[in-house]
Design a protein around this ligand. Structure first.
Ligand SMILES: NC(=O)c1ccc[n+]([C@@H]2O[C@H](COP(=O)([O-])OP(=O)(O)OC[C@H]3O[C@@H](n4cnc5c(N)ncnc54)[C@H](O)[C@@H]3O)[C@@H](O)[C@H]2O)c1
Length: 346
């Protein structure tokens, strides 16, 4: 397989490139570098000069994407490229719909025209547990058949893309030219690659673990917990944190298991929830720093508890999280951020 990785210069996309390159695949990473970084692309090119290319482009640039697909004879797409902040999507929904849907349709059109009009063979889409919104109590842990009712424009971009992709897969099946489509609904992704080459460098950073690490390292004075009166054991939200390497493994399994004509959706999360306070305690343990935490009011749209029911992905893909100790996840993230105080720029 020869794979286009959109959003390849981002946090998860770069880790996916690294794993796929180690597995011997030919990879082209495409990213507009709006949120991604050139440095991981240079690191991967240095390690895999023959089998890796980086293309600086927007995924909505249909003619350039088509040229890349054809020139490199790519047959598989892993589509990570998206804007990915819930709060930002509430403030600027049109930007999110434009980027995550309209631009992604440009990508899909190029995918459809590639290989002399035959189209690509496989598509793996980064969806999100945000498509579930705030699931009812009897749907926690969350199975794939939980009703999808997003509470943010970001969540809707992911849900709409799932529908668009299913319609596209259906049209390919009707033309006797089936595609293999897998939609992976990630829970919270954390950690970094264990060789220390790649890490998480978001600007702005809104993810709980790196924000807490930044507080522990003195890069910010303190941090806030948004909502301490939720109906959970310690009053804070509960989330499922999947290590980025385990997440990437799910992509490899999905790519190799989903057959032409199949359309599959899998949740990717370890199946255990940690509260915000439990995560902050883990960061304090790992860093050895008792940083300042403020209690703040709830944020609109935050689900009380979101953690995965991994039954389906275990049964069908044989996937299971290997790194489930939260201190290990936090330590991987901590080590990279500590070694790169200014992110990739350092
Ligand atoms: N990080 C998480 O916890 C999480 C959870 C659920 C889903 N996801 C999804 O996983 C994917 C990757 O997330 P991430 O955390 O690595 O984010 P990221 O911001 O680090 O990576 C996304 C990359 O996509 C690129 N990009 C965005 N729009 C583009 C466009 N129009 N053309 C070309 N490149 C574009 C950005 O420059 C960035 O490098 C996203 O689709 C996100 O919605 C992430």
């Amino acid at each position: 397989m020869r794979i286009l990785v959109t959003g390849g210069a981002g946090y998860i996309g770069s880790h996916a490139c690294q794993r796929l390159l180690r597995d011997g695949y030919h990879i082209v990473a495409l990213d507009n570098l709006h949120r991604g970084h050139r440095e991981p692309m240079e690191i991967l090119k240095g390690a895999h000069p023959e089998s890796f290319e980086f293309v600086h482009a927007d995924l909505g640039d249909q003619s350039q994407v088509l040229q890349v697909l054809d020139e490199h004879e790519l047959d598989t797409v892993m589509h990570f490229g998206a804007l990915a902040y819930v709060g930002e999507s509430v403030e600027d929904p049109l930007w999110y719909y434009q980027n995550n849907i309209a631009q992604a349709i440009g990508l899909l059109q190029a995918c459809d025209q590639s290989r002399g009009g035959k189209g690509i063979e496989r598509f793996i889409f980064s969806s999100s547990c945000a498509t579930y919104g705030d699931p009812p109590d009897d749907m926690i842990p969350v199975p794939e058949h939980c009703p999808q009712n997003p509470t943010s424009p970001y969540g809707y971009t992911k849900l709409h893309m799932e529908h668009i992709l299913k319609d596209y897969a259906n049209s390919r099946a009707m033309k006797n030219n089936p595609i293999a489509l897998t939609m992976l609904r990630y829970f919270n992704v954390a950690g970094s690659d264990r060789t220390g080459m790649l890490g998480e460098d978001h600007e702005p950073e809104t993810h709980l673990i790196p924000v807490a690490i930044n507080a522990a390292l003195g890069k910010r004075e303190s941090m806030s917990i948004f909502g301490t009166d939720y109906p959970t054991p310690d009053g804070t939200n509960i989330r499922d944190y999947v290590h980025v390497e385990d997440l990437v493994s799910a992509h490899v399994l999905a790519m190799n298991s989903t057959k032409q004509g199949e359309v599959e959706a899998f949740n990717v999360g370890i199946g255990k929830g940690y509260s915000v306070r439990e995560i902050l305690d883990a960061v304090k343990r790992v860093s050895g720093v008792d940083f300042t935490i403020h209690d703040a009011p709830r944020r609109a749209g935050d689900a009380i508890a979101l953690y995965n029911d991994p039954t389906k992905i275990k049964a069908k893909l044989g996937w299971d999280a290997k790194i489930t100790d939260i201190d290990e996840v936090v330590k991987d993230a901590f080590d990279w951020i500590k070694a790169h105080p200014n992110g990739y720029a350092s």
